[in-house]
Design a protein around this ligand. Structure first.
Ligand code: ADQ
Length: 489
């Protein structure tokens, strides 16, 4: 009976990420409303069903009163979430500052604008201190939830100090850390004043994971060149302690998308959209409004395509769905104005009294509308100038079982390594190349589309988010067993 119980019970997984999979909004009467948040990490981990998962993270809202904190904690408990409370000053310095203004651009090879660079240099130390303070708050929350045997999985660049703090507390804790962004070349990482402390803190984990082999190689190079440690085929070794470093390419819950497209309400939406765009091919972009997604480059390439192909005017539309993020950060505000200006200019130039070539929406779409949109699309256009993986390309493929549309994919997205053979790969900085790829995709014969789609569909349905998480956690368990064996030998 005991054995049966053991088999039935799932391993407990504490997922620690900056944001919980829900955002909390306080109503006028003081009660809490919880919304599921958009984003890659959330989409991937919501599909994970093999473990008894508990989330630990920030709910995206500052709560200073004790009653509010208690009530929010209770509301979130029903969703298996545990809040970490961050005050406004910490959010400003740690999240908007160190995470989004320093690490995010650096990890995506983006330089800061000159005026921000000097300001950032001056405020660097206080932001770094806030980063460590915030990581300490996350560590305390994990400590409160932790039970022996749990696996703790830390996510992303927001929490690079967490492995160190957790291991200092309990060296037996099983700790994994996964980065959702690229890890840049060691020459780029080298420019960070806190370069060594960040690397050493991550190395405290038992297993360190990246989307691609290349990101892992950059990380190992940074450890060897900056810290002078030894890189081995398994990872990084420091005084006999091995930290495993490996690639775990993320996937999506493909079944969820495939099933959704067949639902009657989604089929109704599909018919409605097809009616709306009758006689026109649909090119689709779905992105968070972020510098890394190359949205201005996409619009400029589409403009070039229209310029060079007058026969396509009125026969093609670019639908760009751009959900705003980090709206308080000045650089994101500048990006939003820039995109609106470019789109306005192109629509003014190529629009008619009844149609415009680009429909740009500044908002998130609900899941069913998103699936319907993916399903009616002829060409998905992903122009990220850097992207850890890019799940939108996977979601598009999963929804294309009947249409077999074409994916144009940036070679700077991690997904190019998995969907490269089925997609048309482009350099988003080369506007002419992207423009001619749009033409190639729109004119592609059905048998070639079918072949390319088949390749991508096979990959997307066999490398799912469930498999991603299960592989990471089982590798983490194995790593710990191997380390114990090494110690006893
Ligand atoms: P993101 O940068 O958020 O993720 P991505 O992987 O494309 O990028 O995931 C975006 C998710 O948000 C998708 O599930 C998509 O459906 C959803 N989304 C985006 N715009 C939307 C909109 N307008 N309406 C509704 N939903 C929208 C980060 C990294 C990526 C990495 C993921 C996962 O930057 O490189 O692939 O984490 O590791």
């Amino acid at each position: 009976c005991e054995r049966k119980e053991f088999q039935a019970s799932k391993q407990r997984l504490l997922v620690v990420a900056n944001r919980l999979p829900v955002s909390a909004v306080r109503r006028d009467d003081g009660s809490w409303h919880l919304n599921v948040s958009a984003g890659g990490l959330v989409s991937a981990l919501l599909g994970v069903k093999e473990f008894e998962t508990k989330w630990i993270g920030w709910a995206g809202v500052a709560v200073s009163d004790e009653i509010g904190r208690k009530e929010l904690t209770e509301a979130l408990a029903a969703k298996r979430c545990v809040p970490v409370f961050l005050d406004e000053e910490i959010v400003q310095q740690y999240y908007n500052g160190y995470c989004n203004n320093i690490l995010w651009p650096l990890f995506h090879y983006l330089g800061l604008p000159q005026e921000d660079r000097l300001a950032t240099t001056r405020s660097f130390q206080s932001q770094f201190d806030a980063y460590k303070k915030a990581n300490r708050l996350f560590a305390n929350a994990v400590k409160e939830q932790y039970e022996e045997g749990d696996v703790v999985w830390c996510h992303d660049y927001h929490l690079m100090f967490l492995p160190k703090y957790l291991k200092e507390e309990n060296s037996k804790m099983k700790v994994g850390w996964f980065l959702h962004t690229p890890f840049p070349s060691s020459e780029v990482h080298r420019t960070l004043p806190s370069r060594s402390e960040l690397l050493r803190s991550v190395l405290a984990a038992d297993l360190v994971g990246f989307h691609t082999y290349d990101y892992g190689r950059h990380f190992v190079s940074a450890c060897t060149r900056i810290l002078g440690l030894e890189g081995t085929p398994e990872g990084v070794e420091d005084q006999g302690k091995l930290t495993r470093v490996a690639a775990f390419p993320i996937g999506i819950d493909s079944d969820q998308f495939i099933k959704a497209v067949k639902l009657p309400q989604v089929q109704d939406l599909i018919k409605e959209l097809q009616g709306r765009f009758v006689g026109r091919k649909v090119v689709l972009g779905v992105d968070r409004l972020d510098m890394i997604k190359g949205i201005p480059q996409k619009a400029l390439a589409f403009e070039k395509f229209l310029e060079e192909n007058p026969n396509w005017h009125d026969k093609v539309v670019l639908l760009q769905i751009a959900v705003p993020t980090r709206t308080e950060v000045p650089e994101y505000q500048r990006l939003s104005s820039q995109v609106h200006e470019i789109v306005g200019r192109i629509n003014g130039r190529f629009g008619t009294l009844t149609t415009v070539p680009i429909h740009h929406l500044d908002r998130s779409l609900d899941f069913h509308s998103l699936c319907a949109l993916y399903a009616i699309t002829d060409v998905a256009l992903v122009t990220s100038i850097r992207d850890g993986m890019n799940l939108v390309s996977y979601e598009f493929v999963a929804c294309q079982a009947s249409k077999k549309g074409v994916l144009i994919l940036s070679e700077f997205a991690g997904a190019a390594q998995s969907l490269g053979a089925g997609a048309i790969l482009i350099n988003p900085w080369n506007v002419s190349e992207v423009a001619s790829s749009i033409g190639q995709a729109l004119d592609m014969p059905a048998d070639e589309r079918e072949k390319r789609h088949h390749h991508n569909f096979k990959h997307v349905t066999s490398h799912t988010s469930q498999e991603w998480a299960a592989t990471f956690v089982s590798e983490l368990n194995d790593t710990i067993v191997e380390a114990q064996l090494r110690r006893t030998q």
